[in-house]
Design a protein around this ligand. Sequence first.
Ligand code: PXP
Length: 239
Amino acid sequence: MATLGVNIDHVATIRQARRAPEPDPVWAAALAELGGADAITVHLREDRRHIQDRDLEVLRRTVQVKLNLEGAIAPAMVEIACLVKPDQVTLVPERREEITTEGGLDVVVHRVATQEAVRRLHGAGIAVSLFIDPSPEQIAAAAELGVEAVELHTGCYANATNAAEQGLRLTDLARGGELVRQAGMALAAGHGLTYRNVVPVARLEGMGELNIGHSIVARAVLVGFTQAVKEMKALLGPV
Ligand code: PXP
């Protein structure tokens, strides 16, 4: 059975919309653990649009399960990771203008910079995962970099507009997953996974971990909404 890494970035997105203290992603991490999360994932973006440095520092002290930090290969980000020492760093591509991570990190084009990031992270005793597209070239390059894990980008599968295309993208993920495992790396996947599309990915041979964020945060907002309104109504007292 695949383990679940819960990405809590968008709890921080709601907080940053008002620059308010709530909702605190640190609380969300604790609740995710209570719900059975096997890992907590956060992406410290260079523009700090959601997760802040303070969040990462507090999470490092409070998270009891695996803490997985997503970050760019930029030296400044690698330096923060080396100081904070999450259990794992997942190296991802990052463009300021994107709404969310688009596509995997191209470890063929960025081989030298990725190698340097991996070297520094390993030097700090941190396991490294590379978030890449499920292509044989990317997986071979990842294997050469000596990383512990690969997270296959599931965006193409998630964005498929019909069953035939979704089936093809699932086959890409299955083939990619086999190559990852043959190379001796742990297999993870994520991006765009929802309550509707997750099951076939979770059932792929050897799937070790799924990282899921937006869909869980979106559902949490809705399943908690009625209760939140009831609590506010109770404070107002009888009409
Ligand atoms: N995995 C990686 C590497 C990501 O960058 C993201 C998005 O931050 C996720 C998983 C989670 O994606 P989603 O929020 O669509 O579930």
